[in-house]
Design a protein around this ligand. Structure first.
Ligand code: FAQ
Length: 327
């Protein structure tokens, strides 16, 4: 807990019980908190952590699909995949900008990613082995992302909530293009159907893990729910995703790789088999199958882009100096 007596995120406000109660009242009244508003330091830190990690996920998430752009089977598929991967880059940029409003720089966030201090979504540590994975990523990974991000459109922090509106619209296009790829394969030759099923087998469980640990092991959920950063718990969103996705797999004639999956009439949702949490934590701690490659690629892109950042800064500085001289 963030105790009283701390200086708040605005560097002025003392976090007295009155201050914290006043802040909570605004949250409970569904007011949006804006960057210059007074806020508890813990609220600011939680947002920087979550938005920063979300931004890293979008950018690292370009890599598994970027791997297939040159090998897309037709011009139409290539154009759609290229647009999707570009969208993910755009999402990362909105999110970095939203986090920057909280007083953290893109450089700091990137350094935390490259040093392993900041996480990115576990899902992007898995390899993309076949073209079918482009379909499955759109269908399941973007599908899971939408399930998680629609409630974030109502997040209490204004810049994050507003960024999520556009992001969700684009994710919805991504989900459909992915589903359409899988549908084409599932209705194609026997080999294509095998490819689609194999892809579903590999991505199903990691997609469920995207929602985070079981509620009992989720250290941040209670506070994030109280601050209305999160609107649903990890398990609630995971359940919604399963319930929405199983009928889609049935329509495709594909089998979800979970022998324990059964409809539970009483709860009005599916019961599922155990998730391999050891695998989840291994991946989260940086030991996923593609972890080293992902960070290596990010580091190379960051280092290779240094001259562009320096040139842009020098140009901005020149313009500023010219403007001052003309005044
Ligand atoms: N992977 O206490 P909680 C996308 C960490 S975007 C890695 O439950 P919280 C678009 C968590 O950070 C996908 N780490 O945490 C796309 C914490 O560690 P920390 C990304 C995970 O924050 C599609 C610890 O475990 N989406 O896919 C994961 O309350 C296709 C304890 O967990 C977002 O980031 C995980 N899966 O809930 C792009 C959405 N789960 O930080 C390209 C926004 C948990 O103390 C292609 N984020 N951890 O070191 C959220 O909604 C939340 O942060 C959760 C986690 C739900 C991810």
């Amino acid at each position: 807990m963030y105790s009283q007596g701390l200086i708040g995120a605005d560097n002025r406000t003392e976090e007295t019980p009155e201050f914290l109660a006043r802040f909570q009242k605004r949250i409970d009244a569904e007011e949006k908190i804006e960057p210059k508003d007074e806020m508890p330091e813990g609220y600011r830190r939680t947002l920087v952590r979550q938005i920063g990690q979300h931004a890293h996920s979008e950018i690292v998430g370009m890599l598994p699909e970027g791997n297939w752009i040159t090998r897309a089977p037709s011009l139409r598929r290539k154009a759609a995949l290229l647009a999707k991967v570009q969208d993910e880059g755009g999402h990362g940029l909105y999110l970095y900008s939203a986090a920057e409003t909280l007083g953290v720089s893109r450089e700091e966030m990137t350094e935390e990613l490259l040093s392993g201090k900041a996480k990115y979504s576990s899902i992007f540590n898995y390899p993309t082995l076949s073209w079918a994975d482009m379909g499955t990523i759109g269908w399941l990974v973007d599908g899971a992302a939408i399930m998680n991000q629609i409630p974030l459109c109502r997040c209490s922090f204004g810049p994050y909530a507003r960024a999520m509106i556009r992001v969700c619209k684009e994710e919805s296009f991504h989900q459909r293009q992915g589903y359409e790829i899988v549908m084409t394969l599932a209705q194609g030759t026997p080999e294509q159907k095998v490819m689609a099923q194999d892809s579903l087998n590999r991505w199903w469980w990691p997609s469920l893990m995207m929602f985070g640990p079981h509620d009992a092991d989720s250290q941040h959920s209670d506070q994030s729910m109280a601050w209305k950063i999160k609107r649903f718990t990890n398990d609630e969103l995971r359940q919604k995703f399963i319930d929405a996705t199983v009928p889609q797999a049935e329509y495709l004639g594909l089998t979800i790789p979970d022998p324990d999956l059964t409809w539970n009439e009483e709860k009005g949702g599916y019961d599922h088999g155990p998730i391999d949490w050891d695998e989840f934590w291994r991946v989260v701690k940086g030991h996923g199958p593609m972890a080293k490659d992902r960070i290596k690629a990010r580091k190379k892109a960051w280092d290779d882009g240094a001259w562009v950042r320096e040139a842009a800064l020098a140009h901005a500085e020149k313009r500023r100096a010219r403007k001052i001289a003309a005044e």
